[in-house]
Design a protein around this ligand. Structure first.
Ligand SMILES: *[C@@H]1O[C@H](CO)[C@@H](O)[C@H](O)[C@H]1NC(C)=O
Length: 383
């Protein structure tokens, strides 16, 4: 059967006007994007990527689906439980939440029977929490500074500036046996709600600090850190380990002995961006990785131009959701990786600690603490 076909000429005409339309459709946003890119004054910096370790990190044991079998603690009553401090005597967990409360969680074998209490209201955004030696809780509050809350809930501001520079994002805290408090200010430039700009800009505005309760003195130990985040005192009290989120690394800073004041690599080339680091009293540090970095994030850390495009998207369209494979990396006392728990569906994991047979994970955004039974869902050797 013969079909009537349009003439060749009209096909050409139609397809050429169609391709012209397509060209306009494509080029208009491209031109607008180039215009915005040129016009935008945001000027991200190159990171010192030559400091990144070249060797890939090999982790002997993995659980790449840690959400399978995990339970939710305090669902709905724990908004953005960022950091976790476990009190072994009372079996309570302290955590700082997005509603301004430092909460206390009474743990129970059954996740559903774990009870959340509002304990102390900071009026800011409590992030880091650490137990003092006399029943007090130290809080790194992103908005308020370094706080101390006594056992009966009375709050005191310890410090909120150093060397004339106010903290903009007090982030993490730990206490040495001698009472010295170590803490970080992630950035003196960007506050917590602007933290993405610290990442996109790629300049070091972070500091590692100490506060001496006996002299009330705040001392800057290190400056020019790339989003100074978690900090933990080593069990032998000779150094602290602190995380730099943007540099995907954790570094030792010696606080005792003849190396006092010097820094040394602890672990780098992490498989994600580190947040808090906690010690489990059993020979392992647990490093929370807010997001895996494979793919776009690694490119973004490498190329400022990609971060500029992300900044423009952030400003005019919104943040694309590219965070995934967040989780927890367990490393030994020497910084050697042992096990990596993560999940493609997981992002903004901000802390993790093993208590008994369970791994407890805090999150910057989720409304609960994640608990995983490590006997049942252990990381395994992948062959
Ligand atoms: C766990 O919760 C149940 C129910 O509230 C309670 O009976 C039990 O004593 C709790 N267990 C512990 C160890 O607190």
């Amino acid at each position: 059967m013969a079909e009537s076909k349009p003439s060749d000429a009209s096909t050409t005409r139609r397809s050429s006007s169609w391709s012209f339309g397509l060209l306009v459709l494509i080029l208009t946003p491209v031109a607008a994007a180039i215009f915005l890119y040129q016009l935008d004054s945001f000027d991200p910096a190159s990171l010192p990527t030559h400091e990144f370790s070249q060797e890939p990190m090999l982790v002997p044991k993995l659980n790449p689906r840690m959400l399978q079998g995990s339970e939710m603690i305090g669902q709905g009553n724990l908004l953005g439980p960022e950091d976790i401090a476990h009190d072994a005597n009372s079996h309570l967990i302290y955590t700082g939440c997005a509603d301004g409360w430092v909460k206390r969680v009474t743990l129970n074998e059954s996740a559903a029977n774990s009870v959340v209490h509002n304990w102390a209201f900071t009026g800011g955004r409590p992030l880091g929490v650490a137990l003092g030696r006399a029943g007090q809780v130290l809080v790194a509050d992103a908005e308020k500074g370094l706080l101390e809350i006594s056992g009966d809930g009375v709050m005191k501001l310890l410090t909120d500036e150093a060397e004339g520079l106010k903290f903009k994002q007090t982030n993490a805290v730990d206490v040495a046996v001698d009472g010295m408090i170590y803490f970080t200010d992630a950035s003196y430039k960007y506050g917590l709600i602007e933290f993405i700009w610290e990442i996109l800009e790629g300049r070091p505005h972070g500091r590692l600090l100490s506060f001496d309760p006996s002299t009330q003195e705040t001392i800057v130990l290190l400056r020019d850190l790339y989003l100074a985040n978690g900090v933990v005192v080593s069990p032998d009290q000779t150094f602290v380990v602190f995380c730099e989120t943007l540099m995907k690394r954790c570094t030792k800073y010696y606080i005792q002995g003849k190396r006092k004041g010097s820094v040394e690599k602890f672990i780098d080339n992490l498989p994600g961006m580190p947040d808090n680091i906690l010690y489990d009293e059993e020979g392992h540090y647990w490093i929370a990785l807010a997001t895996g970095t494979k793919g776009l994030w690694d490119l973004a850390l490498k190329y400022p131009s990609i971060r500029k495009v992300m900044a423009i998207l952030e400003r005019y369209i919104g943040r694309p959701h590219i965070e995934k494979n967040g989780g927890i990396l367990a490393v030994d006392l020497e910084g050697k990786p042992g096990a990596h728990y993560y999940d493609p569906e997981l992002s903004m994991v901000s802390s993790g600690i093993k208590v008994g047979k369970h791994l407890y994970c805090g999150s910057f955004v989720k409304p609960y603490i994640i608990r995983l039974d490590l006997d049942q869902h252990a990381a395994r050797t992948i062959t």
